[in-house]
Ligand binder design. Sequence first.
Ligand code: HEM
Length: 227
Amino acid sequence: MTLNEVESNLILFMLAGYETTSNTLSNSCFVLATKPDEQIKLFNEISSMFHLNTELNADNVQDLKYLDLFIKEVLRVYPIGTLIRRCTKATNVNGIDIPYDTPIAFDVLSVHGDPDLWGPVDPGVFYPERHETKRHPLAFLGFGAGPRNCIGMKFALIELKIALIKLILNFEFIKSDISMHNRLQFEEGIVRTAINGVTSNMFNRAKEPYNIMELVVDKFVLVLELE
Ligand code: HEM
């Protein structure tokens, strides 16, 4: 390997390994803050198996089935990686000529939002259970596809699971006043990042002596009373 190749690979690994995982973690926190029902499901699953002092590892985090579905759904709704290829043979797709050597960027957002691939539940709805159904092999492109797909996928999923377990056990996420919308808007880049970043309030569970279930039930009761 030349020095130039070593340098390029180091930059690739920094970008591919850190930016991707940290942005997916931010997006996951946004979903937790804006979808209390998801947070409750995850908190219940995690706290039924782990406590604050449990030593987490690559094996025991795999027992959390809903967490796995949740992360996949975060990556379906908010895919952060870009897929770029170069045409190796002149071809024609749906009447459009694609000459040899053309760079092609895949429209991952459209694939992830296609009702034929992701129905019957509306792909616009955050619904982790949809990943229990077997889909077309190219329906999920969160980690790319084919021989050049993400080599860090398994590692990234373990990292994300460990981070989310620790965060959810320690903190409750509540929508911040700054995040006006229930859906993030993105700007395109090598890594697709949220415009204006991601904000959420985080309450330390150890310092706030309430149970998240009770809090949400209280709000629900309040809404009922108002009605
Ligand atoms: C949530 C975290 C991550 C996501 C969503 C993600 C997503 C992606 C995507 C979409 C690609 C392009 C695949 C394609 O073109 O088919 C890719 C490539 C790549 N990823 Fe990741 N990635 C993540 C984490 C990581 C980590 C932790 C590492 C390394 C430790 C890593 C290393 C790489 C490398 C080296 C490539 C280039 C592979 C190649 O060109 O052959 N990724 N990733």
